[in-house]
Design a protein around this ligand. Structure first.
Ligand code: TXA
Ligand code: MG
Length: 339
């Protein structure tokens, strides 16, 4: 299959809408990362997403809507908490897991009785949903296990020949995938951290948001992942990544002691020049927003440079940094050392 990459125009939006209505795939930008869209009601179309990504069948997809009316048929009920959070954060990078409605294909939800829904703020997604009338399922546009793409070039690198169209809408702003919150249980539970933080949601809800243990630690043998995506190896570059906790000086000494062929540093802005190995910088120290924006491109850049062993500076674990830590610790296969 030939993969076309087109700039965003009225014609390319119309083409995307036509493809979606025909049960085809379209890759497109969102404010978080690029996604691969297919009609969430059409099981055969959604199956093509799993094939294109090489994604395990038991990992459910997020349904993207525009306007609260579109929730009809997608969910059976909008819990009060979901209403409050939608008012505060939609359109935006927040996915809420709700009771699944009759129109969503089994394939989209991997057979679960819940569905993750989000209303993206990116104008291209909104235009495609409006032009097609389709609520679409869309995972990140990477091959399963690789870092999510935040631009059309990285999407093409993974998806060339696997789908007919990529809309090029420039670099995604946020850089990491949406926050995923379950609102079906007794207490709201964070399943995946993102740009909308636990602290922000707690302020709106006036109650504590629980954090799924799988977010910051490795699942223990036999433990059940509430968000199936959490159990898979993820975001992994070819290099072996280790997170190094401690001050910059301790980090620099650690890298010095482990310097050698193929060794790279993944550090914060302005630190690279002071290190004894080549480096890639992924945002400002103590600033989760800039780190989130650069992390996945930085991981792909390490591969493009042939890095074999990578020592990464450790982000914080609260606010938006929780999302950065969550992605980086998976890229590092949970290898963390203290310098
Ligand atoms: O920002 C995003 O959310 C991007 C863009 C394209 O919108 N999409 C995305 O999709 O990150 P994906 O498929 O890469 O991640 C979906 C995550 C997975 O961890 C999955 O397990 C979880 O959401 N998820 C989806 N539906 C769920 C459900 N019903 N219950 C629990 N977890 C669910
Ligand atoms: Mg993904």
């Amino acid at each position: 299959m030939r993969t076309q990459v087109l700039p965003v125009t009225e014609e390319s939006i119309a083409l995307a809408a036509r493809l979606l209505n025909q049960g085809e795939l379209v890759a497109l930008p969102t404010e978080t990362v690029y996604g691969i869209a297919a009609d969430a009601r059409n099981g055969a179309a959604v199956r093509k997403i799993f094939e294109a990504k090489g994604r395990p069948q038991d990992n459910p997809l997020i349904v993207h809507i525009y306007g609260m009316e579109m929730l009809h048929g997608i969910v059976t009920q909008v819990p009060v908490r979901a209403r409050k959070l939608a008012e505060a954060f939609w359109p935006g990078p927040l996915t809420m897991v709700m009771p699944r409605g009759p129109e969503v294909s089994d394939v989209t939800c991997a057979g679960l009785d819940t569905v993750g829904v989000r209303m993206p703020s990116h104008p291209v997604v909104q235009a495609v949903i409006q032009a097609s009338g389709v609520a679409f399922a869309a995972p990140s546009a990477n091959l399963s296990g690789k870092p999510s793409p935040t631009n059309a070039q990285d999407t093409l690198a993974d998806m060339d020949g696997r789908l007919p169209l990529i809309l090029d809408g420039g670099e995604s702003n946020v850089g990491v995938e949406s926050t995923v919150l379950s609102v079906v249980g007794e207490h709201p539970m964070l399943l995946r951290p993102g740009y909308i933080t636990k602290e922000q949601m707690e302020a709106v809800l006036g109650e504590e948001v629980l954090v799924s243990p799988a977010i910051l630690e490795k699942l223990k043998e036999g433990e059940i992942a509430r968000s199936p995506g959490m159990k898979y190896k993820h975001y992994a570059p070819k290099a072996q990544v280790t997170i190094v906790q401690g001050s910059f000086d301790a980090y620099r000494r650690y890298v010095q002691a482990h310097a050698g062929e193929g060794v790279w540093a993944l550090c914060f802005d302005g630190e690279g020049a002071r290190l004894p190995v080549p480096s890639i910088e992924y945002g400002k120290n103590h600033d989760g927003v800039t780190q989130a924006h650069h992390l996945f491109t930085a991981l792909r850049d390490l591969d493009r440079n042939g890095a074999q062993i990578v020592y990464a500076r450790c982000p914080e674990q609260d606010g938006v940094s929780m999302a950065v830590y969550n992605r980086l610790i998976r890229a590092a296969a949970f290898r963390v050392v203290t310098a």
